[in-house]
Design a protein around this ligand. Structure first.
Ligand code: ATP
Ligand code: MG
Length: 233
């Protein structure tokens, strides 16, 4: 579904990604892990079209998207939950969801609302509440739900569980599985390496702008490098 072919990405003169390649097959959950500054967010932002690779190509369902503007990529079915949620805190849950549906007509919006309210009944109960007054976990649910308002076929999630307590993390991981069960393919960046690799079909470990290891979730979990550097074993 997604194929990234040896991309280099720069911020000005600083090279953040070095010949990075990865792929995600339809129906998979793929985890992207690695230390701070490895280039995980940069990878997602490049797929979304917010950054352009200086070299290399990105394909989505066989179409080259690396030169397309982000709204065209969104229209093809690619959505992203950004790092730090970036909700409109002074707007209600309902209004935040509407903001996520900017490419849709009225009929589609009704349909999308029904879809996300069925996935997240708690958001339906709280639709008139200001987003900024939701709990951390609820805010993250709202960020995921807002991205789902476009009815994407491919969802990228950046650090969904950052700073949340373990029970909430577990709850959000269930949300990701629900999303996958709805037929949406997922590429997720996660600090909770162990839980992420247990749930994911496959994972990529990035360090210093490069993929240094890839494989099935359990393969990565069993590698000495991952155990030592990321699991503290
Ligand atoms: N807007 C920017 N301008 C210049 N350099 C940037 C910019 N954004 C990121 N970088 C640099 O690119 C590198 C990769 O950053 P990126 O945010 O992709 O890392 P990350 O793996 O998501 O890290 P984290 O786990 O801390 O979120 C870092 O060295 C970072 O300082
Ligand atoms: Mg990041």
């Amino acid at each position: 579904m997604l194929k990234i072919e040896t991309i280099d990405v720069f911020y000005g003169k600083f090279q953040a990604l070095w010949g990075l390649s990865l792929h995600v097959e339809k129906g998979e959950i793929v985890a992207l892990i690695g230390p701070n500054g490895a280039g995980k967010t940069t990878t997602l932002r490049t797929v979304a079209g917010l950054l352009k690779p200086a070299r290399g190509k990105i394909f989505f369902n066989g179409t080259e998207i690396s030169k397309l503007p982000s709204h065209r990529i969104a229209k093809l079915g690619v959505a992203m939950v950004p790092e730090g949620r970036q909700l409109f805190e002074k707007m209600t849950v309902f209004e935040n969801l509407l903001m996520g549906a900017y490419l849709k007509n009225e009929e589609e919006i009704k349909d999308s609302l029904e879809f996300v309210y069925q996935l997240f009944p708690r958001l339906k109960e709280r639709k008139r509440q200001l987003a900024g007054t939701l709990s951390g976990g609820e805010q993250q649910m709202l960020a995921v739900a807002r991205a789902l308002m476009l009815k994407p076929s491919f969802l990228m999630i950046d650090e969904m569980s950052l700073g949340l307590m373990p029970t909430l993390v577990a709850e959000l991981f269930k949300v990701v599985e629900k999303v996958r069960d709805e037929g949406i393919t997922v590429l997720m960046v996660e600090q909770h390496v162990e839980s992420a690799l247990k749930m994911a079909n496959r994972g990529y470990l990035m360090e210093q702008g490069r993929v240094v290891m890839e494989g099935a979730g359990n393969e990565l979990l069993e590698s000495e490098h991952v155990k030592k550097a990321y699991l503290g074993l």
